[in-house]
Design a protein around this ligand. Structure first.
Ligand SMILES: [Zn+2]
Length: 255
C-alpha cells in the first residue's frame, strides 16, 4: 500500500553503503520509520537531505509485517537553519524529538501533537526563551497523549487545594498536605504554576506564547515536568540533560 503524507524528521542514520534510515513523525500516520535507498550514492534522487527537524512531503510503501517501510519520495518543505546552527536550540529540538519518539507508539496518528510540534519548531528558530517553549510543548504533549497531570483538586480526598499544594509523581498530580503520606517523590508547587499549566492546556499555542512566567514558575515547571515525564515514560530521556539541574534544582518537600 502506498501512503503520502507531510512528515517531520525525528532522527536518521546511515544504513549499509548507500542508504539511510529515517524516523518521521507524520501528520496522517504518526511515527513511521523507513529506508531511503541510495540516498548517499545519488543525493539528487530525493529532494531532501532528511535533516533532523525538517518538514518534508513523503511517499512510502507500507509493509504490512514490518516496522520499517520503503520511502520512495522525500521532498523538503521547510528547513530550520537557525535550529541547526545554534547549540541550545538544537538541543531543545533534540529533546522534543526524543520525547515524541518515546511517548508515541509506532504508527499511531496524533494530529494535535503533530501541529504542536510544528508550532514549536517554528517558534524555536527565533525565540529568546527556549525553556518556556519546551514547557509549553511538554504540557500540550502530556495533554494530547493522555498523560495529563491531575491539577484540579487533591487526588485522594477530592477537596480543592488553596495555598500550598504538593505534586506527587506516583499519583500523577496534586495531593493536599493532609493526604500526603510517606511518598518521597513529592514536590511543592505554587498556585501560580498550577494556574500556568491549566492556562497552557486550555489555550491556543499563540496565546500560550504571551503568558508571563515568573522565575518561581519556571523553576517549578522545569523540575516537575521533567521528573513527571521521566517517571511516566519509565526511562530517562537522555537529551533532558540539557535542562540542567533537574535533579538538584527543585524544591523537594520535606516535613
Ligand atoms: Zn487531600
Amino acid at each position: 500500500m502506498i501512503a503520502k503524507t507531510e512528515a517531520i524528521v525525528l532522527k536518521s542514520f546511515d544504513y549499509r553503503e548507500t542508504s539511510r534510515i529515517a524516523t518521521f513523525f507524520t501528520r496522517e500516520y504518526g511515527k513511521v520509520s523507513g529506508v531511503l535507498k541510495g540516498i548517499r550514492k545519488d543525493p539528487k534522487k530525493f529532494g531532501s537531505s532528511v535533516a533532523s527537524f525538517s518538514i518534508n512531503d513523503i511517499v512510502y510503501y507500507r509493509y504490512r509485517n514490518s516496522d520499517l517501510h520503503l520511502i520512495s519520495q522525500c521532498d523538503l518543505r521547510e528547513f530550520y537553519f537557525p535550529i541547526q546552527q545554534d547549540l541550545k536550540r538544537g538541543m531543545a529540538a533534540s529533546y522534543v524529538a526524543e520525547l515524541v519518539t518515546k511517548i508515541m507508539p509506532a504508527e499511531e496518528a496524533n494530529a494535535r501533537i503533530y501541529r504542536v510540534m510544528k508550532h514549536f519548531f517554528s517558534a524555536l528558530k527565533d525565540s529568546s526563551d527556549i525553556n518556556r517553549l519546551v514547557h509549553i510543548f511538554q504540557i500540550k504533549t502530556l495533554l494530547f497523549s493522555g498523560f495529563r497531570p491531575h491539577l484540579d483538586a487533591c487526588l485522594k480526598c477530592k477537596k480543592t487545594i488553596s495555598g500550598k499544594a504538593l505534586f506527587s509523581m506516583k499519583e500523577g498530580g496534586l495531593v493536599c498536605a493532609h493526604c500526603h503520606t510517606t511518598d518521597t517523590n513529592i514536590y511543592s508547587i505554587s498556585q501560580g504554576t498550577i494556574a500556568a499549566i491549566l492556562y497552557i492546556e486550555k489555550n491556543r499555542w499563540e496565546n500560550c506564547l504571551r503568558l508571563k512566567l515568573t522565575e518561581i514558575n519556571k523553576g517549578e515547571l522545569k523540575h516537575i515536568l521533567n521528573n513527571f515525564l521521566v517517571y511516566h515514560l519509565g526511562r530517562r530521556i537522555r537529551s533532558a540533560k540539557y535542562l540542567e539541574g533537574i535533579e538538584k534544582g527543585g524544591k523537594r518537600f520535606s516535613r
